[in-house]
Design a protein around this ligand. Sequence first.
Ligand SMILES: [Mg+2]
Length: 249
Amino acid sequence: MPLLLIDLDNTLIDRTEAFRRWAQRYVDDIEASEADADWLSSVERDGYTPRIEVAEAMRTRWGIEASIEEIVEDLLLGHLVDIELDKEVVAALDRATRLGWHPVVVTNGTTRQQELKLGRTGLDQHVRGWVISEAVGVSKPHQRIFALAGELAGLPLQGGWMIGDHPLADVGGGHAAGLSTVWLRRGRTWPSASPQPTCIADSFPQAIDLVLTGGEALETCESDGTTGEVRTDTADGALEVAFSAIPEG
Ligand SMILES: [Mg+2]
């Protein structure tokens, strides 16, 4: 049974959209402007800016009275009610499981926040387990976190795949751990980081389709510096894998 490691934020769930909705509610509550919601999302950078820094910036900008601790708590948990699980994502996960794959979530973040996301959305019922960086004391892209996910599943990394949206954490880390990788590009161009993903997809269901046909695709994907790109929009709905070089930069 092959191992299928999957990132959580902006891979299984649309974290950016959930945060954007929460930010809009927040600025409405304090009677700030639409531009302030955009500002908050840009400062927060999908959770990559340390939350204490974001909280301090919010207090400076708006003069709000809440303590830093209270704002950090809001930043961590406020958007969880805004996360919606896409039925297509669930269907893709279940399809992989039916075909013998063993999906395990590998995510950076705090244990409480990430477990709440998995539980509230019901994703916990559609994967075999999860590894959260805070709980295990090591973060992506470190190879150890991928190894721990393999140990959790009782499966070797060899022959496994990692699906994720982050070029370094998911693709770089997964590659270094010996996994094939699918990068969810979310409208972006591959940032010419090294190494390149095995394949690129525009959605999680597409990524799963690619993994499920990976036996054939893999060989071609990795040949002569090209990267495969899965397409499922063919007229007859058949899966087609096209290959093209990834533009630099
Ligand atoms: Mg992510």
